[in-house]
Design a protein around this ligand. Structure first.
Ligand SMILES: *Cc1c(COP(=O)(O)O)cnc(C)c1O
Length: 411
């Protein structure tokens, strides 16, 4: 008899997006003529940059010729891409990264989910609340947690509430933790940490020999000064942090799939005898065993993101989304909402009026404005009473949606 991994029994169903879909389809049945605008999507909508498409076409042609055909590439990615990543994303910020510290992959979702397997099963992890659910669920599957309580919070996870009172900035944990997941600019709150704030986390990790798993998937959306683009801008971070980056939101690669993870040589974890071991070596071992690399045409396309025209084209698309973000933020503020995010991230996070439960607000917005967003409660207990809109829709729909919220939704 094949026994199951019983940790899967601890997981809650992927309730959030299926529940949203169920409510929309029910509403549509009763209101077939309603022109629904979806502002809940966490997916890009603008096409790939022409420079990226050109490079991908060329790479496909190379694969069709005996002289230029390529089979398996290096599991950790081609050096031509790693070099471009270092030269463009790190060197200009004064960060030295070696090619052997760059691990190219097919996504930051898989990297953030897989990386936990390098850690002991008894480590305590800390996550912000609200949180990107992948960090939590991957650790549940691995058996690093207990069962969830009535609020949906798992035993052996330290939740760091982010709310109006602390301006969506988590406080350092009060009890000892070993693995810390931070995502900045943040999904879902759209907020950032300053250099000084991030320095506190690096200091905590150094004092406690903890590791920070830093998700910088939205780095390209940062507009303000003094917002770190990489955790490696902080002195001492090379000894305690790993950074996840992705071409998904930066360059529209959600359907193309390419990301990378930086694992510095200095980051160490400890065995039960107290001897240190290199996470870089462990991740290399893991990837070479369980992963066979991102495809050559995709890596060639990702390298074109860093060409002069590629950079320009990508900037235009990000500007487009960030203008949408500004329209949403200003519109909601004008309508009297308390708004977070939308300045350095494509997410706008706001308080529901009169502490209305976020699912009730979802229904109200859908019924009165025909606008769909994401209830904050879907991202964690502290998300209750908040709501997320994204800047990834078209300009026209974004303007329409905000106009409708301003003129149709009242309290
Ligand atoms: C979208 C997103 C990613 C990117 O995932 P990919 O697998 O690279 O598409 C990573 N982290 C967060 C928080 C995200 O929202």
């Amino acid at each position: 008899m094949a026994l199951m991994n019983e940790n899967y029994l601890k997981l809650q169903g992927s309730y959030l997006f299926s529940e949203i879909a169920r409510r929309i389809s029910e509403f549509k049945k009763e209101n077939p003529q309603a022109d629904i605008i979806r502002m809940g999507i966490g997916d890009v909508t603008r096409p790939l940059a022409p420079a990226v498409i050109k490079a991908m076409h060329q790479a496909v042609d190379e694969m069709g010729q005996p002289g230029t055909f390529r089979g398996y590439g290096p599991e950790q990615g081609y050096e031509f891409l790693a070099q471009k990543i270092i030269e463009n994303d790190f060197t200009p910020r004064g960060i030295e990264i070696d090619v052997s510290e760059v691990f190219v992959s097919d996504g930051a979702k898989s990297d953030t989910a897989n990386f936990q397997e390098l850690f002991g099963i008894n480590n305590i992890l800390a996550v912000t609340d609200p949180v990107y659910p992948v960090y939590v669920d991957s650790n549940v599957m691995a058996g690093r947690t207990g069962y969830p309580n009535a609020k949906g919070q798992f035993e052996n996870i330290v939740y760091l509430p982010c709310n109006e009172e602390n301006g969506m900035k988590p406080s350092l944990p009060l009890t000892r933790v070993d693995m810390i997941y931070l995502c900045y600019p943040n999904n879902p709150t759209g907020m950032t940490l300053s250099k000084e704030e991030l320095e506190k986390w690096v200091a905590y990790a150094r004092e406690n020999k903890a590791i920070i798993l830093y998700d910088a998937a939205y780095e390209a959306f940062i507009r303000e000064e003094n917002v770190p683009h990489s955790i490696f801008e902080i002195n001492g971070a090379r000894e305690v942090a790993v950074e996840f980056r992705s071409f998904s939101k930066t360059a529209g690669f959600t359907g193309t799939r390419c990301a990378y993870t930086i694992v510095p040589k200095e980051v160490m974890v400890y065995d039960s005898q107290g001897n240190c071991h290199s996470l870089n070596k462990m991740w290399l071992r893991r990837q070479t065993t369980k992963f066979n690399g991102a495809s050559y045409p995709v890596q060639a396309a990702a390298a074109a993101v860093f060409s002069e025209e590629g950079k320009k084209q990508i900037r235009e698309t990000i500007d487009y989304y960030m203008e949408n973000a500004g329209i949403i933020k200003r519109g909601l503020e004008k309508a009297g909402y308390k708004v977070f995010g939308g300045v350095n991230a494509p997410y706008i996070w706001f308080k529901t009026p009169n502490q209305m439960p976020s699912w009730d607000f979802f229904d109200k917005l859908m019924k009165e404005a025909h606008v769909i967003g994401t209830p904050g409660a879907g991202f964690g207990a502290s998300g209750e009473g908040y709501f997320r809109l994204t800047a990834f829709n078209s300009r026209e729909n974004t303007e329409q949606a905000i106009e409708r919220i301003k003129t149709r939704v009242f309290f």
